[in-house]
Design a protein around this ligand. Structure first.
Ligand code: ZN
Length: 149
């Protein structure tokens, strides 16, 4: 008996602006690999680095909950591991209609590799719903300049 193949459309019909399309494609592709057996809350993310490269990430949970990592940090770790350390834009996708911003850990992580102008886009799988900047998300953020030398 032939196994039924799960239908996965090659491209979602979206209302993402063209300028966010590559980020959306990468975030959606990673979203499909989300490992979220404990929260049942799949997340996909993508970042664009200053050289124009795009890296996707998904949340990866662990039975030891503290070992879990968010999609945004996975995407940034992929970029850094390939030598790209300047984040220009971030996109976070969830299946929820409500806006789901990055958590505090991820904002701090984005801040490390971004700037006050780094854009953070939020959307569901089909629509970009919000774009804000790092300065708006974390106006008084902690950074390397606060470390005593
Ligand atoms: Zn997070």
């Amino acid at each position: 008996m032939a196994l039924k193949r799960k239908f996965v459309p090659k491209r979602e019909k979206t209302s993402f602006p063209e300028s966010w399309r590559r980020l959306h494609d990468a975030a959606l592709a990673s979203y499909r690999h989300s490992y979220a057996p404990y929260s049942s809350f799949p997340v996909g993310a993508a970042i664009e680095t200053e050289d124009g490269s795009v890296y996707g990430g998904c949340n990866v949970e662990n039975a030891s909950y503290g070992g879990s990592i968010c999609a945004e940090r996975v995407a940034i770790c992929k970029a850094v591991s390939e030598g790209a350390t300047r984040v220009k834009r971030v996109l976070v996708l969830t299946p929820q209609k409500a806006l789901v911003p990055p958590c505090g850990f991820c904002l701090q992580f984005i801040s490390e590799f971004g700037s006050e102008k780094t854009e953070i886009g939020l959307g569901d799988l089909k629509e970009l719903k919000s774009v804000g900047t790092m300065a708006e998300y974390l106006p008084n953020r902690f950074g390397s300049s606060h470390l005593a030398k």
